[in-house]
Write a protein that binds this ligand. Structure first.
Ligand code: MRU
Length: 359
């Protein structure tokens, strides 16, 4: 990341044989890193949202594959542990496809290393592990590069003085770099542009109020938090120029799964003629998923919504972590490769782009 864009924290990093994660369950009050040494610890951290956001989950998965083989002594043991780690990590949360992408890329590296070694040879698995770590770091670096390219591509859509609405946290805390939806804001701000950002609180886990507000304010970007239910009133007021959100998985037809509460914003954006932009790296596009209906939506614990009262009163809870926004409601999808529209005049260019990703 370029020095002018140093945000003063690391969402995740590898240091001295362990994975360090900024524990996002403690933000904004406490900024503390967790030291993870095992895949079981990582799966727990992912499920509790200590690390979260699709691209950051992909990077965590890549490093997690290294954790999985740290204590392997023999080549066969190394490969077995790598495969088992991949299965555990990929299953930790279902919606963000980046998790599976991080696992698959490291698995491919590991399988290639094993295949390139004579079966009878006494391979040095420490060398394999070092090479796997190099691949995980490269995966992380590529995510940071993608974030910067998304920021550059989206910057013309976010002119100086814009008032922006965002949902959840799709910033540096959610990626291996500057973020996706928040990346053009960080970049523009560093270049002297001024914005006012409204951050939806994002019930029930409050990623907007706890994480987006913290991340933007510490970079000096003006930010106001609103209750999710106030978004319609804000949008009707005419104050918002554009909406920027991230994505957990984008289907081949351009349908977008993102944090619960994104879909109603897209409906409101159409109602009030406000541009609705989805920003995501290509690793979030799933060419195998034909449409949004095929995207698995994570259902989270009742307790997150209703606390202990739910158990006490026997009241049921509906707590999906994500919703699906149909492609037709998305003004543009911005990736590191360009600006796309998955419907209307842009549809064939989008399809060609998606097809190129599955090659
Ligand atoms: O449940 P979370 O906090 O992992 O959900 C995160 C989101 O929905 C983000 O908007 C998405 O992952 C994009 S992050 C660049």
């Amino acid at each position: 990341m370029s020095p002018c864009l140093e945000l003063g924290f690391s969402t995740l990093r590898w240091a001295e044989g362990s994975l360090l994660l900024l524990d996002q369950t403690r933000l904004p009050r406490i900024q503390i890193e967790m030291h993870l040494h095992t895949v079981a610890e990582l799966v727990d951290a992912i499920q509790r949202l200590c690390v979260r956001g699709a691209p950051a989950l992909g990077c965590a998965a890549a490093y997690g594959m290294v954790l999985g083989v740290l204590d392997a002594k023999q080549p066969s043991e190394w490969l077995t542990q790598l495969r088992a780690s991949g299965a555990l990590i990929a299953a930790a949360r279902p919606t963000a496809v980046n998790l599976a992408v991080g696992v698959a890329q490291m698995l491919a590296v590991g399988e290639q290393l094993a295949a390139a070694t004579d079966a009878d040879a006494d391979a040095d698995v420490d060398v394999w592990t070092a090479l796997l770590l190099d691949a995980a770091i490269a995966f992380h670096d590529a995510d940071a590069d993608a974030c910067l390219a998304i920021a550059e591509n989206a910057l013309p859509l976010v002119p100086d003085g814009s008032t922006v609405l965002t949902h959840c946290n799709a910033g540096a805390l959610a990626t291996g770099g500057l973020g996706t939806a928040l990346a053009p804001l960080h970049l523009g701000h560093a270049r002297g542009l001024r914005y006012h950002v409204f951050a939806d609180e994002t019930r029930p886990l409050r990623q907007g109020a706890r994480l987006t507000a913290w991340e933007l304010a510490r970079h000096g970007i003006e930010v106001s938090v609103l209750a999710d239910a106030a978004a319609a009133t804000l949008l009707a007021s005419g104050k918002i120029d554009l909406i920027l959100v991230g994505a957990d998985r984008i289907a081949a037809n351009g349908d977008v799964a993102n944090k619960i509460g994104t879909f109603p914003l897209a409906v409101l954006a159409e109602r009030f003629h406000i541009p609705f932009y989805v920003l995501a790296p290509a690793t979030t596009i799933d060419p195998q998923c034909a449409g949004g209906a095929a995207i698995p939506i994570e259902q989270r614990d009742a307790e997150e919504l209703y606390g202990e009262d739910g158990a006490r009163t026997g009241v049921g809870v509906f707590n999906p972590a994500f919703d699906m926004t149909p492609a037709g409601l998305v003004t543009h999808i911005i990736t590191e490769h360009g600006i796309y529209q998955a419907h209307g005049a842009g549809q064939s260019a989008w399809q060609a782009y998606v097809n190129s990703l599955s090659l």
